[in-house]
Ligand binder design. Structure first.
Ligand SMILES: Nc1ncnc2c1ncn2[C@@H]1O[C@H](COP(=O)(O)OP(=O)(O)OP(=O)(O)O)[C@@H](O)[C@H]1O
Ligand SMILES: Nc1ncnc2c1ncn2[C@@H]1O[C@H](COP(=O)(O)OP(=O)(O)OP(=O)(O)O)[C@@H](O)[C@H]1O
Ligand SMILES: [Mg+2]
Ligand SMILES: [Mg+2]
Lengths: 261, 261
């Protein structure tokens, strides 16, 4: 059974893309077949996985509006292992306004993904969807297509400010569009041990979400932020580094959890 | 003449809110009358300026949909000096879908701001608009209401990936909605001298935008990230710190520039 996971947080710059890419790389490193869907118009995940995504290359936008199928646009990443990516391109920036009047506009991604995964030739253990920093129609499409939400939380002051909105949006999706959706995993990231604030945020998250938060915390390290400039995950860029080890541990901790889903 | 400046970048977590708050505080510290408009549904700028913004308190959402005037919702900040804020609240999260069918939907903010500033009792030197991490209708409203865009760029790898989209959106706004809009200022921020990547990003931005980029760079410092947890700007939280001095220098460098606007 394929685990479909939406990596979301409307707060910007909290490590959604970094987590998507490095979890995907860690899971592929362990032998899993992994698909990353880049649902962010900026295309950072496509870049980090070494996949060209300029405007003429069809990607998830063309799939959502029905001009291409998922199988047409999927590309292998530059990472070792079975790690594939559906890139995004600049046209995705206009998608939310374009799909607003479409029939079942929240189900566009789910429909194409279900069709794709029902093909026995396309078997994947994980699908990770990298979301943009908003709770608009693209993220809602991810929430409807997924069974799980993976929420990266930066260990900094604004981290918890948007939680109420996120949980509120999830509740509405669960009530009307996808009852099976669950906030399965919270990852504490960019933890800087020099500041007491990081510990305070971590403690608060653990107190409020003891079941969801992973024991493994991702430290803030320069190597993690430099890896995408080489078009690689931290796992393949510097496998012995603290960042790579932490991301592998966190990914395997999530993999080991099997939940109600 | 009031300088109306939109602080924007669709990339998340690059320091839009931190720059809005600390520029506003630095300008107020120098004696200017400053208004911050929080156009981000998360309300981080409202929080950093010590302003309550839960759902029952009317803010910029109620102003945009015509239920309140700017003068009704404006609040003094906890900062020293003449620094005021129009807070955002959770209802702003639904605003983009709600205003999509309205007449002149891109001009809603401009209309209320022009009316407000035409009242002789309400004189301000600066209006700073803190934008959410997207190029949707809220940011477009800011681009139409402003004469200038202040673009914070984080000195990290993904920094330049979204520039084409941002400039493309600005060009369309200049062509059809606000010919006077200009990218007046670029601020390099979160500069971490431990990584060669930071210098590479800074050099690339300087090469491409020599006129717009400020000479002053903001370093990544723990004190800057901790200031909002005290509900203060870095200027009032730790005025002698490297972060405070850099933000003051950068704000005064921008103030000294008078452009075609
Ligand atoms: N553990 C880490 N240590 C150091 N830097 C990190 C870490 N995780 C992420 N970063 C850096 O922080 C920045 C933000 O991360 P990233 O782009 O993954 O966040 P995001 O949530 O996907 O952003 P957006 O909201 O724009 O989609 C990037 O420059 C990234 O390289
Ligand atoms: N110079 C700096 N040094 C250290 N930390 C910083 C600096 N500037 C910003 N930060 C921290 O980085 C994080 C992101 O900054 P901020 O929230 O201002 O970005 P933003 O662009 O407004 O994010 P969003 O896209 O969610 O609106 C915050 O936790 C902030 O405290
Ligand atoms: Mg991202
Ligand atoms: Mg912000």
């Amino acid at each position: 059974r394929t685990r479909v996971i939406s990596v979301s947080n409307q707060k910007g710059g909290v490590g959604k893309t970094t987590t998507t890419v490095n979890f995907a790389a860690a899971l592929a490193h362990a032998g899993a077949r992994v698909l990353v869907i880049d649902l962010d118009p900026q295309g950072n995940a496509s870049t980090a996985l070494g996949i060209d995504h300029h405007g003429d290359i069809p990607g998830i936008y063309e799939v959502l509006i029905g001009e291409a199928s998922l199988a047409d646009v999927i590309k292998p990443s530059t990472e070792p292992g079975a790690l594939f990516c559906v890139p995004s391109n600049i046209h995705l920036a206009g998608a939310e306004i374009e799909i607003i009047d479409r029939e079942r506009r929240e189900f566009l991604l789910r429909a194409v993904l279900e069709k794709f995964l029902s093909d026995p030739k396309q078997s994947f253990h994980y699908v990770l969807i990298d979301c943009p920093p908003s709770l608009g129609l693209l993220t809602i499409n991810a929430f409807v297509a997924a069974q799980e939400v993976l929420l990266p939380i930066q260990c900094e002051y604004y981290a918890l400010e948007g939680m109420a909105q996120l949980l509120d949006t999830m509740r509405r999706i669960q009530a009307h569009l996808n009852p099976g959706l669950t906030l399965s995993t919270i990852l504490l990231t960019m933890f800087d041990s020099r500041t007491r604030l990081a510990q305070e945020v971590a403690d608060e998250v653990r107190n409020n979400f003891p079941r969801e938060v992973l024991a493994t915390i991702i430290p803030r390290t320069v190597r993690v932020s430099e890896a995408p400039s080489f078009g690689r995950s931290i796992i393949s860029h510097d496998p012995g580094s603290l960042g790579a080890v932490s991301y592998m541990e966190a990914a395997y901790e999530m993999a080991a959890r099997t939940g109600p889903w």
